[in-house]
Every structure is written in C-alpha cells, then in structure tokens.
Design a protein around this ligand. Structure first.
Ligand code: CU
Length: 143
C-alpha cells in the first residue's frame, strides 16, 4: 500500500503535466472566458470587459488560456485546427491552453450533443497578428 502511494505521488503530477498541450508559463498572456449556451457561445475578454457572441478573436504566437464553462447543459468546446476538445460543464470551469501559429480563420464547433440546435452551435475563430489584435481590441472598446 505504501509503495503504491509513493508511486502515485510521483506519477500523477508528472502525467498531468505531460498531458498539457503547451508548457506552463507564469502568466498566460491572455485569458479568454467561453461560456456555452443552448445554442451559442459567449466569449468574454476579462482584460477588457467586453463580450462577443459566436466569435473568438486571438493573437497568433502566444499561449492563451481559454476558461470554458456552461450556462445550461454540457457542451464541448472544440476548434479542431487549434486544440482538442474540452467539456463545457455547468458550475465548473475547465481550462484549455491553445496557441495559433498562423493567422487565419478557423471553425469551432460544439462537440457534445446539447439539444435540437446543437449542429448550429458554431464558433468563428479569427487569429490576428498581434498588431491587428490590438487594433481589434481597441475598436471594440471604442464601440
Ligand atoms: Cu452541442
């Protein structure tokens, strides 16, 4: 029993660490909060306070922590070109670290059947150069 406890105490933290898609950094440069709703995505940029609907904007070349939750039923946040799926669960926040290395437009899709309009629960993802991302943020603040 004692040897199992010792092995687990070494094994679990290391396994968990290696399952992360990107290295841990002290401060993620950008935090984006995504909440699933039947049947749309709410995307909140805490550093600015504004919200987009069914659109996620991010700068290329930097790791981003996406804090994923749900307002109603279980959804699954998935941008196939950028990262694997992560569940959006009511009352819980799951964190997905992702990074885009190219500018462009990507499609996100809810990957968990969540009701009659599940298939329409699409997220439009735009990866900007850092300069264009700052311009986009500024334009949102000015609106
Ligand atoms: Cu769904």
């Amino acid at each position: 029993m004692a040897s199992i406890t010792i092995l687990l105490s070494f094994g679990i933290p290391m396994t968990g660490y290696h399952m992360l898609p990107l290295d841990i950094v002290e401060d993620a440069p950008l935090r984006i909060e995504v909440t699933g709703h039947q049947w749309w995505w709410e995307v909140h940029y805490p550093s600015t306070g504004f919200v987009t609907k069914n659109e996620l904007h991010l700068p290329v070349g930097v790791p981003i922590d996406v804090h994923v939750s749900s307002a109603d039923v279980i959804h699954s946040f998935w941008i196939p070109k950028l990262a694997g799926k992560i569940d959006a669960i009511p009352g819980r926040t799951n964190i997905l670290r992702l990074q885009s290395d190219t500018t462009g437009h990507f499609r996100g899709q809810c990957a968990e059947f969540c009701g009659t309009e599940h298939a329409l629960m699409v997220l439009s993802v735009k990866a900007h150069t850092p300069e264009n991302f700052e311009s986009w943020l500024k334009a949102q603040k000015d609106d």
